[in-house]
Design a binder for this molecule. Structure first.
Ligand SMILES: Cc1cc2nc3c(=O)[nH]c(=O)nc-3n(C[C@H](O)[C@H](O)[C@H](O)COP(=O)(O)OP(=O)(O)OC[C@H]3O[C@@H](n4cnc5c(N)ncnc54)[C@H](O)[C@@H]3O)c2cc1C
Length: 407
């Protein structure tokens, strides 16, 4: 038996291999990564890893884990094609490997900046350990950093670099930060926090080109403004890594299309994590999510399916981002929200935003309020919406009391 072959040893791929063994799968498992690094946590790359020059990568599993679990981990091995008829994958060096079941856990790649000068030295995209290492080792001597993109990764990096004493300016094309991800109130609170850390923020500012001889020294904006920068960090989103799937003729549409069991259009091939567009239970339509929770919970569900208990993936999504000392947590999905209840602390700082769609609680965004986040996850998963005055109070005692009555 050729066993289960997993392409991608990121958060989802590693969790799947581990969960398959937890579920009692005794067959062969091959876990393939095109990265040379031991499988590592990605979120710290834009956070603690940038805090000091010495911060190590954080391993997803310990040194003996894969041997102990008899998982055949192949690092630095890029799969270049899939032969569906023969049920084999071919590596970049021409070697082939057979599979009974193939799982694509290929994640995303950083969206590249497409303006003149984007290939100058000093311009960094941040997706992999290799990217982060290159960026961190170039920091010596850097004084001014321009961060292109006001999404999570850009803002996390901006906070870290400002904390290291660098002059940081964030350039965002949209009229506000975190446009696709959170409510206006949370985006504004994050922006105000960053300004207090010394970060300059320019919204509605599209970059027209990067300027320099070999090394970048200026970011030119479409309105003619020039921002001096000896390092540029690009954080303009990610694109699903579907090259293999597309070439193999699998259905793809903003990701590898699967059903709720994470099965692709080929019976022997499944997919999970950032690269997957699946029927999202809470939204009631196809969606592709990018988060550690989504990748690891999909892996757990798929492990059950592959060991004989078909398990549709319907876990409530949640997400976190650490921007400096600001812990932003999101329970649920606010895509369809048409009402927002904002909660402020006595000192005027924003504590949370409760998002409703047609009167039903669909998401809660919290800032440094982890207890409220945990409760919100339970409320939304249970399909409960509390009285508006209770939600607006942000008071944990009242919220907990109302939850125990409602459930
Ligand atoms: C800097 C940064 C900060 C982040 N912060 C957060 C956060 O705070 N909270 C959060 O929830 N999420 C965060 N994320 C997102 C999170 O890391 C992803 O959602 C998660 O890694 C998705 O897991 P995955 O297994 O789908 O893909 P990945 O973890 O990206 O793993 C995919 C792997 O597949 C490999 N691969 C692709 N193609 C091939 C091939 N042909 N052959 C072999 N290997 C291949 C890739 O190189 C990669 O190693 C962050 C991401 C980054 C980059």
């Amino acid at each position: 038996m050729a066993g289960i072959v997993i392409i991608g040893a990121g958060h989802g791929g590693v969790q799947l291999a581990a969960s398959l063994r937890d579920q009692g799968f005794g067959g062969q498992i091959t876990l393939i990564s095109n990265e040379a690094d031991w499988p590592y946590h990605k979120p710290p790359l834009s956070k603690s890893y940038m805090q000091t020059q010495e911060a190590p990568l954080q391993a997803l599993r310990g040194a003996r884990f894969f041997d102990d679990k008899q998982i055949n981990l192949r690092l630095g091995a890029a799969v270049s094609s899939i032969d569906r008829a023969a049920q084999t994958v071919t590596f970049a060096d021409g070697a082939t490997l057979g599979y009974d079941t193939l799982v694509l856990a290929t994640g995303t790649t950083a969206r590249r900046l497409a303006v003149p000068g984007a290939d100058l030295a000093g311009v960094f995209h941040l997706r992999t350990a290799e990217d982060a290492r290159a960026m961190r080792s170039a920091l010596g001597g850097v004084r001014r950093v321009a961060v292109i993109g006001g999404g999570f990764i850009g803002l996390e990096a901006a906070a870290m670099l400002a904390a290291r004493g660098l002059s940081v300016e964030v350039l965002e094309t949209a009229p506000r930060l975190l446009g696709r991800a959170v409510s206006r109130a949370v985006a504004d609170a994050v922006g105000e926090y960053l300004v207090r850390q010394g970060v300059k923020i320019h919204c509605s500012s599209a970059v027209s080109q990067l300027v320099g001889q070999k090394q970048v020294n200026t970011v030119q904006l479409e309105d003619g403004q020039k921002i001096a920068a000896d390092m540029v960090v690009v954080g303009i989103g990610a694109v699903p890594e579907i090259t293999l799937a597309q070439a193999a003729g699998l259905d793809c549409d903003n990701g590898i299309v699967t059903n709720s069991l994470l099965a692709t259009s080929d019976r022997a091939i499944y997919a999970l994590g950032d690269c997957v567009a699946y029927p999202q239970a809470q939204l009631g339509r196809m969606a592709r999510l990018e988060s550690v929770q989504n990748a690891t919970d999909q892996a757990r569900a798929l492990a059950r399916t592959l060991t004989g208990t078909p398990t549709p993936y319907d876990t409530l999504p949640w997400f976190w981002s650490d921007i400096g000392t600001l812990k932003l947590q999101i329970a649920g999905l606010s895509h369809d929200a048409d009402e927002a209840i904002t909660v402020h602390r006595d000192d005027g700082t924003l504590q949370s935003v409760w998002c409703l769609a047609k009167g039903r609680l669909v998401a809660v965004e919290t800032l440094n309020s982890p207890g409220e986040h945990m409760l919100a996850r339970r409320l939304i998963a249970d399909g409960l919406t509390l009285d508006r005055a209770v939600m607006a109070s942000g008071d944990m005692m009242r919220l907990k009391a109302a939850y125990s009555v409602a459930r």
